[in-house]
Write a protein that binds this ligand. Structure first.
Ligand code: PLP
Length: 386
């Protein structure tokens, strides 16, 4: 693959991340719970990484619970949060989220229903934004019966950014626990958890040049959830199991690098590359539809419907020509169904079926994107011709 425009699926680990992980595997292979020197050295790796994660997210190191990634963190927040609330307030049984959430959250809500909870779907508008009037009405009418709400900060398929501060303010007014799936946000956008009206936040290292299999659930001091992984006192009894030290150290390094990057004005430069990409495609093979295009979006994501093409055909042809892209979320690839996120936004089947997701990394260059444009234009023309 010479051009990677599929960075919402995963990103290439940074060389510094690979170096620290290799070092850990070779040298610091102790168990962080051991009292001897080797254990203490591994413990130091974990503590250092915890500080780096906390620095990037703007929380206290004690609020970081390391997990195996975004899926586990989201599961833990939703199911663990639901169980905790229900055990202290049995009348609160509703778990609410929009239908545009990642399967890690939707399936966790389904698990809450299996455990006796009730699901409530928060409606979204045609850009995928949560309908705030509806949310407010729901909280007024049923807030007392609501255990938890989960809303993704930035969508993995469209990049659409939810007004999480407003949603958090409404949840606070009604004493409802709020989790945000920030897997696509953290590492790409600044975060000040201390001042964010959110109780729990999940993130994942591999979305910003860290390793797969490492992530965190950030849990505000004073917020409790029922742990799901039992049998060890690790992570202050919030997630049992010997820590994956190399992955955690790599996660910490990825956070340091992301923090330095965010301290520059690189976001605006990247956004301009993405906007030019959309404009160029529109002028060559348009008119195109940008899904979620009227809402605030992450600087790195374009979800574009190219009329007269099929996303399945395009993904395969582009792959053959060296361009990595996606027809929806990676988890849904291989499926012939159009993206559930787009359908939930009211995008017609044929438009969803011709939509592709392009996602940049902070390492993407204008030259790579130009190369990508040429390949996409050629593929679209040949799809239309056939
Ligand atoms: N949430 C969102 C929004 C995602 O995009 C992903 C991964 O694609 C996940 C959760 C799952 O994260 P992980 O791959 O670390 O389990």
């Amino acid at each position: 693959m010479s051009v990677n425009l599929d960075n919402n699926a995963t990103t290439r680990p940074a060389p510094e991340v690979v170096a620290v992980m290799t070092e850990c595997l070779a040298e610091d292979w102790g168990n962080p719970s051991s009292a001897h020197r080797r254990g203490l050295s591994a413990r130091r790796r974990v503590d250092l990484a915890r500080d780096s994660v906390a620095d990037l997210i703007g929380c206290s190191p004690n609020e970081v619970v390391f997990t195996s990634g975004g899926t586990e963190a989201g599961n833990l927040a939703v199911v663990g949060g639901f169980e905790q609330v229900r055990s202290s307030t049995p009348g609160r049984t509703i778990v609410a989220c929009p239908s545009t959430e990642h399967p890690a959250i939707r399936d966790a809500v389904a698990e809450c229903v299996r455990l006796g909870g009730e699901r409530f779907e928060l409606p979204v508008d045609s850009d995928g934004l949560v309908d705030l009037d509806h949310l407010e009405r729901f909280l007024k009418e049923r807030g007392d019966a609501c255990a938890l709400i989960s809303v993704m900060w930035a969508n993995n398929e469209t990049g659409v950014i939810q007004p999480i501060e407003t949603i958090g303010g409404l949840c606070r007014e009604h004493g409802v626990l709020l989790h945000t799936d920030a897997v696509q946000w953290i590492g790409r956008m600044p975060c000040d958890f201390e001042h964010l009206p959110v109780d729990m936040l999940s993130c994942s290292a591999h979305k910003f040049h860290g390793p797969k299999g490492a992530g965190a659930l950030v849990v505000r001091a004073g917020t409790r959830f029922a742990p799901r992984s039992l049998g060890g006192s690790q992570e202050r009894e919030r997630r049992g199991g010997t820590e994956n030290v190399p992955a955690i150290a790599g996660f910490g390094k990825a956070c340091e690098l992301a923090g330095s990057w965010l301290a520059t004005d690189a976001i605006e430069a990247m956004r301009s590359i993405r906007d030019d990409f959309e404009r160029r495609l529109d002028s060559e093979i348009g008119p195109l539809i940008i899904n979620g295009g009227n809402a605030p979006r992450l600087w790195n994501t374009s979800n574009i419907a190219i009329p007269g093409t099929s996303s399945q055909f395009m993904v395969v042809v582009l792959s053959e020509h060296g361009l990595a892209t996606s027809g929806g979320s990676a988890c849904a690839s291989g499926s012939i169904e159009p993206s559930g996120v787009l359908l939930a936004m009211g995008v017609p089947d044929d438009v969803a079926g011709s939509s592709l997701r392009f996602s940049l990394a902070r390492t993407s260059t204008r030259e790579q994107v130009e190369q990508g444009i040429e390949l996409i234009v050629d593929a679209a023309r040949s799809a239309r011709a056939s």
